[in-house]
Design a protein around this ligand. Structure first.
Ligand SMILES: *Cc1c(COP(=O)(O)O)cnc(C)c1O
Length: 424
């Protein structure tokens, strides 16, 4: 970077130049995935003959909303699935996963998680730590999990033994690392897990939490054996444009069950006014492959810069990725706080706000979050979160475009430098 509107240290700028040149190969790899997925999405628009009519508004019950119905066929094509629900009525990723699980499971059914302890917000849905009113456990669904191995990967041997010893209605896989330090699961690994499950227990439904994974690789879990996937529209799948929402995609009989849970049994997918959101959802889906590529470049850049600055990062800049999350291990409280403050200072919204650690309900440690996004809580926009505990790691993700993401990452480094928390 030669000219800049920001007051970056000269040594940081020369590191930046070095890194951009080092990352050429990585960026080309990302571009080829973006190109493939963008064509996948564009051809789904063309195949489904999307037109001006589909961008209209429905109200009330939302019967015969051709925009909504076409979008759901289009999204199914994007995910290589038979069918899908993609709606603003899903209030979050957690809600979407909750609808899917309640759609599939009945009292006394057993669910097996193949990837260790699930994402924090699912714990209440499952009701596994303590009694939670209305949780799956409260309805008599039995939950088991196979813990991850020491290296953070699924324990295939233990999974095989567990599946052989009992009947499970649902086998559950979490693709992304979420906010843990385990690696995210590649499509190849998800395919192996699906083969293992289907070989031992062909009737078990394989469901994947696809949050943060959409369009990171050329295939989605539904193209390699998963029966159902679900995710959030304020992460990858909404392209930074969808203002809220979620999706479920997969086998059409299962999607119907989820639709009965989303609205009402016997009513299902035929209702749901779109209130004018169709246009944003179409635009979001259309933008998603590209936006995900920008977030990936931002993550790779962050990995390269901070490892040059002497910090442990995971994944590393040259590793293949399966989600958009980048962790940077900052080693101490001050470093972590300065990092998050730097990210916040480069946000288009609320740049002047200084994030502070706080005791968030439901968490054991204080948490600090940097988020200056157009859509509240959207983590496809550049953001960083961290619990204030060992090893003082920040989880950074998003970036609607690489150049603003790159600036945010440089500001994080600059903030640490100004506070004497890194050496050049
Ligand atoms: C984000 C996320 C969810 C859902 O979280 P919401 O904040 O409710 O959208 C679930 N699982 C994983 C792995 C996630 O990253």
């Amino acid at each position: 970077m030669e000219q800049t509107f920001f007051n970056f240290d000269k040594r940081l700028l020369s590191l930046d130049t070095e890194i951009i040149s080092d990352l050429k190969g990585q960026f080309e790899k990302i571009d080829s995935i973006v190109q493939y997925n963008q064509q996948k999405v564009l051809s789904a628009f063309i195949k489904n003959r999307v037109s001006e009519t589909h961008l209209g508004i429905s109200t009330g019950y939302g019967y015969d909303d051709i925009g909504r119905e076409t979008l759901e066929r289009l999204w199914a094509d994007c995910m290589g699935a038979e069918d899908s629900l993609i709606r603003h009525n899903f209030v979050s990723g957690t809600h979407t996963l909750c609808v899917a699980l309640f759609g599939l499971l009945r009292p006394n059914d057993k669910m097996l998680c193949l990837t260790g302890r699930p994402y924090d917000t699912l714990i209440g849905v499952l009701g596994i730590d303590k009694h939670v009113d209305g949780s799956l456990a409260d309805y008599g669904v039995k939950y088991r999990q196979v813990d991850l191995k020491e290296d953070g990967l699924p324990d295939e041997e233990a999974i095989i033994n567990t599946l052989k010893n009992d009947n499970y209605k649902v086998a559950y896989i979490q693709r992304s690392r979420g906010y843990s330090l385990r690696p995210s699961l590649s499509i190849e690994r998800i395919e192996r897990l699906c083969k293992i499950v289907k070989e031992i227990s062909p009737d078990t439904i394989i469901m994947v939490d696809n949050c943060y994974g959409e369009f990171v690789e050329k295939k989605e879990p539904t193209e390699v054996g998963a029966d159902l996937i679900a995710g959030s529209l304020i992460k990858n799948a909404g392209g930074g444009i969808a203002p809220t929402g979620g999706y479920i995609a997969g086998r059409s009989d299962l999607v119907d069950k989820c639709a009965f849970r989303l609205t009402a049994p016997g009513v299902g997918r035929e209702v749901g006014a779109t209130l004018g959101h169709n246009r944003e959802l179409y635009m979001g889906v259309f933008a998603a492959p590209h936006t995900v590529g920008e977030a990936l470049k931002t993550a790779v850049y962050c990995a390269a810069l901070f490892s040059k600055l002497g910090f442990a990062v995971t994944p590393s800049a040259d590793e293949d990725r399966a989600d958009i999350i980048q962790s940077v291990i900052l080693g101490n409280r001050e470093g972590l706080i300065a990092f998050c403050k730097g990210i916040q200072s480069g946000a288009p919204i609320d740049s002047f706000v200084s994030p502070e650690p706080w005791a968030m309900p439901g968490y054991d440690d204080e948490v600090i979050m940097a988020a200056g996004s157009f859509t509240l809580g959207a983590s496809i926009e550049l953001s960083a979160d961290a619990p204030l505990r060992e090893p003082f790691a920040a989880w950074m993700q998003g970036g609607l475009n690489f150049h603003s993401g790159q600036t945010g990452v440089l500001l994080a480094a600059q903030s640490m430098l100004e506070n004497g928390l890194l050496t050049l």
